[in-house]
Design a binder for this molecule. Structure first.
Ligand SMILES: Cc1cc2nc3c(=O)[nH]c(=O)nc-3n(C[C@H](O)[C@H](O)[C@H](O)COP(=O)(O)OP(=O)(O)OC[C@H]3O[C@@H](n4cnc5c(N)ncnc54)[C@H](O)[C@@H]3O)c2cc1C
Length: 290
Protein backbone atom coordinates (compact mmCIF):
# COMPACT_ATOMS: atom_id res chain seq x y z
CA UNK A 1 0.00 0.00 0.00
CA UNK A 2 2.70 2.45 0.98
CA UNK A 3 5.16 3.47 -1.71
CA UNK A 4 7.88 5.35 0.16
CA UNK A 5 10.58 7.13 -1.76
CA UNK A 6 13.10 6.26 0.93
CA UNK A 7 13.28 3.45 3.45
CA UNK A 8 15.33 4.00 6.61
CA UNK A 9 16.32 1.05 8.79
CA UNK A 10 16.13 2.22 12.40
CA UNK A 11 16.50 -1.20 14.00
CA UNK A 12 20.10 -0.77 15.14
CA UNK A 13 19.46 2.43 17.10
CA UNK A 14 20.14 2.12 20.85
CA UNK A 15 16.49 2.49 21.88
CA UNK A 16 15.89 -0.93 23.38
CA UNK A 17 15.95 -0.22 27.11
CA UNK A 18 13.21 0.10 29.71
CA UNK A 19 14.45 2.58 32.32
CA UNK A 20 13.01 3.64 35.66
CA UNK A 21 12.06 7.30 36.06
CA UNK A 22 12.03 9.21 39.34
CA UNK A 23 8.61 8.88 40.96
CA UNK A 24 7.94 5.34 39.77
CA UNK A 25 7.47 5.98 36.06
CA UNK A 26 9.11 4.15 33.19
CA UNK A 27 10.80 5.23 29.99
CA UNK A 28 10.34 2.65 27.27
CA UNK A 29 12.69 2.85 24.31
CA UNK A 30 10.93 2.97 20.95
CA UNK A 31 12.66 -0.22 19.81
CA UNK A 32 11.69 -2.30 22.84
CA UNK A 33 10.03 -5.36 21.35
CA UNK A 34 6.40 -5.98 22.29
CA UNK A 35 7.36 -9.34 23.85
CA UNK A 36 10.06 -7.76 26.01
CA UNK A 37 7.71 -5.00 27.13
CA UNK A 38 5.04 -7.48 28.18
CA UNK A 39 7.60 -9.65 29.97
CA UNK A 40 9.25 -6.80 31.90
CA UNK A 41 8.82 -7.31 35.65
CA UNK A 42 8.70 -3.51 36.11
CA UNK A 43 5.85 -3.17 33.62
CA UNK A 44 3.97 -6.15 35.00
CA UNK A 45 4.20 -4.89 38.58
CA UNK A 46 3.56 -1.18 38.03
CA UNK A 47 1.43 -1.13 34.88
CA UNK A 48 -0.14 -4.56 34.36
CA UNK A 49 -2.65 -2.97 31.97
CA UNK A 50 0.20 -2.35 29.52
CA UNK A 51 1.51 -5.92 29.68
CA UNK A 52 -2.01 -7.30 29.26
CA UNK A 53 -2.78 -5.00 26.33
CA UNK A 54 0.40 -5.97 24.51
CA UNK A 55 -0.22 -9.68 25.07
CA UNK A 56 -3.76 -9.26 23.74
CA UNK A 57 -2.37 -8.05 20.41
CA UNK A 58 -1.21 -9.94 17.33
CA UNK A 59 0.60 -13.28 17.78
CA UNK A 60 3.68 -14.34 19.73
CA UNK A 61 5.78 -14.32 16.56
CA UNK A 62 4.66 -10.81 15.62
CA UNK A 63 5.17 -9.52 19.16
CA UNK A 64 8.73 -10.85 19.07
CA UNK A 65 9.44 -8.49 16.16
CA UNK A 66 7.05 -5.58 16.72
CA UNK A 67 8.39 -2.50 18.47
CA UNK A 68 6.87 0.07 20.78
CA UNK A 69 7.24 2.93 18.28
CA UNK A 70 5.99 0.78 15.39
CA UNK A 71 2.97 -0.50 17.27
CA UNK A 72 1.85 3.04 18.07
CA UNK A 73 2.46 4.11 14.48
CA UNK A 74 0.68 1.21 12.75
CA UNK A 75 -2.10 2.23 10.40
CA UNK A 76 -5.75 1.29 10.51
CA UNK A 77 -6.98 -2.20 9.64
CA UNK A 78 -10.02 -0.81 7.78
CA UNK A 79 -10.47 -3.17 4.83
CA UNK A 80 -11.25 -0.32 2.45
CA UNK A 81 -7.90 1.31 3.24
CA UNK A 82 -6.19 -1.78 1.83
CA UNK A 83 -8.50 -2.08 -1.20
CA UNK A 84 -7.29 -0.15 -4.24
CA UNK A 85 -10.76 -0.40 -5.80
CA UNK A 86 -12.46 1.29 -2.82
CA UNK A 87 -12.95 4.96 -2.04
CA UNK A 88 -10.76 5.83 0.93
CA UNK A 89 -9.92 9.33 2.10
CA UNK A 90 -7.19 7.90 4.28
CA UNK A 91 -5.52 6.22 1.34
CA UNK A 92 -6.27 8.90 -1.25
CA UNK A 93 -7.73 12.16 0.08
CA UNK A 94 -10.87 13.37 -1.65
CA UNK A 95 -12.04 9.97 -2.92
CA UNK A 96 -14.66 9.39 -0.21
CA UNK A 97 -15.20 6.66 2.36
CA UNK A 98 -16.57 3.29 1.25
CA UNK A 99 -17.01 2.24 4.86
CA UNK A 100 -19.82 4.75 5.52
CA UNK A 101 -22.35 2.59 3.69
CA UNK A 102 -20.22 -0.51 3.38
CA UNK A 103 -19.27 -3.32 5.73
CA UNK A 104 -18.60 -1.20 8.80
CA UNK A 105 -18.86 -3.78 11.56
CA UNK A 106 -15.43 -2.98 13.02
CA UNK A 107 -15.65 0.79 12.58
CA UNK A 108 -15.86 3.79 14.87
CA UNK A 109 -18.85 4.88 16.92
CA UNK A 110 -17.12 7.79 18.68
CA UNK A 111 -15.00 10.66 17.35
CA UNK A 112 -15.32 9.71 13.67
CA UNK A 113 -16.30 11.98 10.79
CA UNK A 114 -18.04 11.54 7.46
CA UNK A 115 -14.63 11.58 5.84
CA UNK A 116 -13.37 8.50 7.74
CA UNK A 117 -14.79 6.05 10.27
CA UNK A 118 -11.76 3.76 10.59
CA UNK A 119 -10.62 2.83 14.08
CA UNK A 120 -7.13 2.99 15.52
CA UNK A 121 -5.78 -0.56 15.92
CA UNK A 122 -3.13 -0.48 18.68
CA UNK A 123 -3.98 -2.21 21.96
CA UNK A 124 -0.88 -0.82 23.63
CA UNK A 125 -1.99 2.69 22.69
CA UNK A 126 -5.24 2.25 24.60
CA UNK A 127 -3.42 1.26 27.78
CA UNK A 128 -0.94 4.12 27.37
CA UNK A 129 -3.77 6.60 26.83
CA UNK A 130 -5.31 5.60 30.14
CA UNK A 131 -1.95 6.23 31.83
CA UNK A 132 -1.32 9.69 30.33
CA UNK A 133 1.82 8.46 28.63
CA UNK A 134 4.05 10.90 26.77
CA UNK A 135 5.78 10.15 23.48
CA UNK A 136 9.33 11.42 23.02
CA UNK A 137 10.03 12.39 19.43
CA UNK A 138 13.11 13.62 17.63
CA UNK A 139 13.05 15.29 14.24
CA UNK A 140 14.72 17.87 12.02
CA UNK A 141 13.81 20.63 14.53
CA UNK A 142 15.15 18.74 17.54
CA UNK A 143 13.48 16.77 20.30
CA UNK A 144 9.94 17.29 21.57
CA UNK A 145 7.42 15.53 23.76
CA UNK A 146 3.83 14.87 22.79
CA UNK A 147 1.19 13.49 25.11
CA UNK A 148 -0.28 10.31 23.69
CA UNK A 149 -3.67 12.00 23.69
CA UNK A 150 -2.31 14.61 21.28
CA UNK A 151 -0.33 12.21 19.10
CA UNK A 152 -3.35 11.03 17.12
CA UNK A 153 -5.34 13.37 14.90
CA UNK A 154 -9.08 13.60 14.40
CA UNK A 155 -9.96 12.34 10.89
CA UNK A 156 -12.15 15.40 10.14
CA UNK A 157 -9.90 17.55 7.94
CA UNK A 158 -7.07 15.28 6.77
CA UNK A 159 -7.89 11.61 7.46
CA UNK A 160 -4.78 10.51 5.58
CA UNK A 161 -2.68 11.86 8.47
CA UNK A 162 -3.15 9.61 11.50
CA UNK A 163 -0.75 11.42 13.80
CA UNK A 164 0.79 14.84 14.33
CA UNK A 165 4.22 13.39 13.49
CA UNK A 166 5.99 15.27 10.71
CA UNK A 167 8.16 13.84 7.94
CA UNK A 168 11.47 12.55 9.36
CA UNK A 169 10.14 12.47 12.93
CA UNK A 170 11.23 9.44 14.91
CA UNK A 171 9.59 8.24 18.12
CA UNK A 172 12.49 7.57 20.48
CA UNK A 173 10.64 6.55 23.65
CA UNK A 174 7.36 6.42 25.52
CA UNK A 175 7.25 7.66 29.10
CA UNK A 176 4.68 6.49 31.60
CA UNK A 177 4.43 8.68 34.71
CA UNK A 178 4.56 7.15 38.17
CA UNK A 179 0.99 6.16 39.10
CA UNK A 180 0.82 3.94 42.20
CA UNK A 181 -2.88 3.22 41.53
CA UNK A 182 -1.96 1.65 38.18
CA UNK A 183 -0.76 -1.47 39.99
CA UNK A 184 -4.48 -2.28 40.09
CA UNK A 185 -5.21 -2.08 36.38
CA UNK A 186 -6.71 -4.31 33.76
CA UNK A 187 -7.09 -4.60 29.98
CA UNK A 188 -10.17 -6.30 28.63
CA UNK A 189 -10.42 -6.97 24.90
CA UNK A 190 -13.48 -8.29 23.09
CA UNK A 191 -12.88 -9.71 19.63
CA UNK A 192 -14.16 -12.24 17.14
CA UNK A 193 -11.52 -14.85 18.03
CA UNK A 194 -9.92 -15.57 21.38
CA UNK A 195 -6.53 -14.76 19.91
CA UNK A 196 -4.91 -13.07 16.91
CA UNK A 197 -7.70 -10.59 16.19
CA UNK A 198 -8.07 -6.85 16.51
CA UNK A 199 -10.46 -5.45 19.13
CA UNK A 200 -14.13 -4.95 18.46
CA UNK A 201 -14.06 -3.13 21.76
CA UNK A 202 -11.40 -2.93 24.43
CA UNK A 203 -11.11 -1.20 27.78
CA UNK A 204 -8.04 -0.18 29.75
CA UNK A 205 -8.97 0.50 33.35
CA UNK A 206 -7.17 1.69 36.48
CA UNK A 207 -9.07 1.82 39.74
CA UNK A 208 -8.39 2.70 43.33
CA UNK A 209 -11.22 2.26 45.83
CA UNK A 210 -11.01 3.74 49.32
CA UNK A 211 -13.70 3.05 51.91
CA UNK A 212 -16.01 1.80 49.22
CA UNK A 213 -15.69 4.90 47.02
CA UNK A 214 -13.84 5.50 43.80
CA UNK A 215 -10.74 7.48 44.77
CA UNK A 216 -8.87 7.22 41.47
CA UNK A 217 -9.98 5.99 38.09
CA UNK A 218 -8.59 5.98 34.57
CA UNK A 219 -10.40 4.55 31.58
CA UNK A 220 -9.64 4.35 27.87
CA UNK A 221 -11.44 2.53 25.07
CA UNK A 222 -10.14 0.81 21.95
CA UNK A 223 -11.91 -0.34 18.81
CA UNK A 224 -14.48 2.42 18.99
CA UNK A 225 -12.74 5.55 17.69
CA UNK A 226 -10.03 6.77 15.29
CA UNK A 227 -7.72 7.13 18.27
CA UNK A 228 -7.33 5.50 21.67
CA UNK A 229 -10.39 7.00 23.37
CA UNK A 230 -9.85 8.39 26.84
CA UNK A 231 -13.15 8.08 28.68
CA UNK A 232 -13.07 11.36 30.59
CA UNK A 233 -16.85 11.56 30.94
CA UNK A 234 -17.00 8.16 32.61
CA UNK A 235 -14.08 9.03 34.88
CA UNK A 236 -15.78 12.25 36.01
CA UNK A 237 -19.00 10.36 36.64
CA UNK A 238 -17.21 7.78 38.78
CA UNK A 239 -14.92 9.87 40.96
CA UNK A 240 -16.17 9.92 44.55
CA UNK A 241 -19.07 7.57 43.79
CA UNK A 242 -19.64 4.24 45.48
CA UNK A 243 -17.65 1.56 43.66
CA UNK A 244 -20.75 -0.39 42.70
CA UNK A 245 -22.14 -1.91 39.54
CA UNK A 246 -24.78 0.86 39.37
CA UNK A 247 -22.09 3.55 39.34
CA UNK A 248 -20.11 1.66 36.70
CA UNK A 249 -23.20 1.45 34.51
CA UNK A 250 -23.97 5.16 34.91
CA UNK A 251 -20.39 6.02 34.00
CA UNK A 252 -20.44 3.83 30.90
CA UNK A 253 -23.73 5.39 29.88
CA UNK A 254 -22.32 8.91 30.23
CA UNK A 255 -19.36 8.07 28.04
CA UNK A 256 -21.32 6.29 25.36
CA UNK A 257 -24.28 8.67 25.13
CA UNK A 258 -22.80 10.42 22.05
CA UNK A 259 -21.88 7.12 20.33
CA UNK A 260 -23.41 6.65 16.89
CA UNK A 261 -23.57 3.24 15.30
CA UNK A 262 -24.04 2.50 11.62
CA UNK A 263 -25.61 -0.41 9.80
CA UNK A 264 -23.21 -3.14 10.95
CA UNK A 265 -21.67 -1.72 14.11
CA UNK A 266 -24.74 -0.56 16.02
CA UNK A 267 -23.91 -3.24 18.62
CA UNK A 268 -20.70 -1.48 19.65
CA UNK A 269 -22.03 1.11 22.14
CA UNK A 270 -23.76 -1.63 24.15
CA UNK A 271 -20.72 -3.88 23.91
CA UNK A 272 -18.48 -1.03 25.08
CA UNK A 273 -20.88 -0.32 27.92
CA UNK A 274 -20.72 -3.93 29.12
CA UNK A 275 -16.96 -4.11 28.69
CA UNK A 276 -16.40 -1.00 30.81
CA UNK A 277 -18.58 -2.44 33.58
CA UNK A 278 -16.85 -5.83 33.38
CA UNK A 279 -13.36 -4.29 33.54
CA UNK A 280 -14.23 -2.17 36.58
CA UNK A 281 -16.00 -5.07 38.29
CA UNK A 282 -12.89 -7.18 37.83
CA UNK A 283 -10.74 -4.52 39.50
CA UNK A 284 -13.05 -4.16 42.50
CA UNK A 285 -13.35 -7.92 42.89
CA UNK A 286 -9.60 -8.38 42.87
CA UNK A 287 -8.97 -5.84 45.59
CA UNK A 288 -12.03 -6.94 47.50
CA UNK A 289 -12.84 -3.25 47.72
CA UNK A 290 -16.52 -3.19 46.81
C1 LIG B 1 -1.73 -10.11 11.40
C2 LIG B 1 -1.47 -9.01 12.40
C3 LIG B 1 -2.26 -8.92 13.54
C4 LIG B 1 -2.03 -7.89 14.44
N1 LIG B 1 -2.82 -7.79 15.55
C5 LIG B 1 -2.64 -6.75 16.40
C6 LIG B 1 -3.52 -6.55 17.50
O1 LIG B 1 -4.45 -7.30 17.75
N2 LIG B 1 -3.27 -5.48 18.31
C7 LIG B 1 -2.25 -4.61 18.08
O2 LIG B 1 -2.09 -3.66 18.84
N3 LIG B 1 -1.43 -4.78 17.04
C8 LIG B 1 -1.60 -5.82 16.20
N4 LIG B 1 -0.76 -5.96 15.13
C9 LIG B 1 0.32 -4.98 14.94
C10 LIG B 1 1.67 -5.53 15.40
O3 LIG B 1 1.58 -5.87 16.78
C11 LIG B 1 2.80 -4.51 15.25
O4 LIG B 1 2.77 -3.59 16.30
C12 LIG B 1 2.75 -3.71 14.03
O5 LIG B 1 2.72 -4.58 12.93
C13 LIG B 1 3.92 -2.74 13.96
O6 LIG B 1 5.08 -3.50 13.87
P1 LIG B 1 6.56 -2.88 13.89
O7 LIG B 1 6.96 -2.44 15.23
O8 LIG B 1 7.39 -3.90 13.20
O9 LIG B 1 6.43 -1.56 13.03
P2 LIG B 1 6.65 -1.40 11.49
O10 LIG B 1 5.68 -2.26 10.75
O11 LIG B 1 8.10 -1.50 11.16
O12 LIG B 1 6.22 0.13 11.35
C14 LIG B 1 4.89 0.53 11.38
C15 LIG B 1 4.85 2.01 10.99
O13 LIG B 1 5.43 2.75 12.05
C16 LIG B 1 6.53 3.52 11.57
N5 LIG B 1 7.50 3.47 12.67
C17 LIG B 1 8.11 2.37 13.18
N6 LIG B 1 8.90 2.72 14.22
C18 LIG B 1 8.79 4.06 14.35
C19 LIG B 1 9.36 5.03 15.24
N7 LIG B 1 10.23 4.67 16.20
N8 LIG B 1 9.03 6.33 15.08
C20 LIG B 1 8.17 6.73 14.12
N9 LIG B 1 7.58 5.87 13.25
C21 LIG B 1 7.90 4.56 13.37
C22 LIG B 1 7.00 2.84 10.30
O14 LIG B 1 7.62 3.74 9.45
C23 LIG B 1 5.67 2.34 9.74
O15 LIG B 1 5.02 3.37 9.06
C24 LIG B 1 -0.96 -6.98 14.22
C25 LIG B 1 -0.17 -7.10 13.08
C26 LIG B 1 -0.42 -8.10 12.18
C27 LIG B 1 0.46 -8.19 10.96
Amino acid sequence: MEQPGLLVDVTSLPLTEIEELPGGGLRIGALVRNSDLAASSLVRARFPVVAQAVLAGASAQIRNMATTGGNLSQRTRCGYFYDHAAACNKHEPGTGCSALDGFNRTHAVLGASDSCIAVHPSDMGVALAALDAVVAVTGPDGARRISLADLYRSPADAPDRDTVLRPADLITAVEIPGLPEAANSHYRKVRDRASYAFALVSVAAVLRVETGKVARVRLALGGVAPRPWRAHLAERELLGRAATEDSFRAAAEAELAPATGRQHNAFKPELAHRTIVAALRRLTTRTGAS
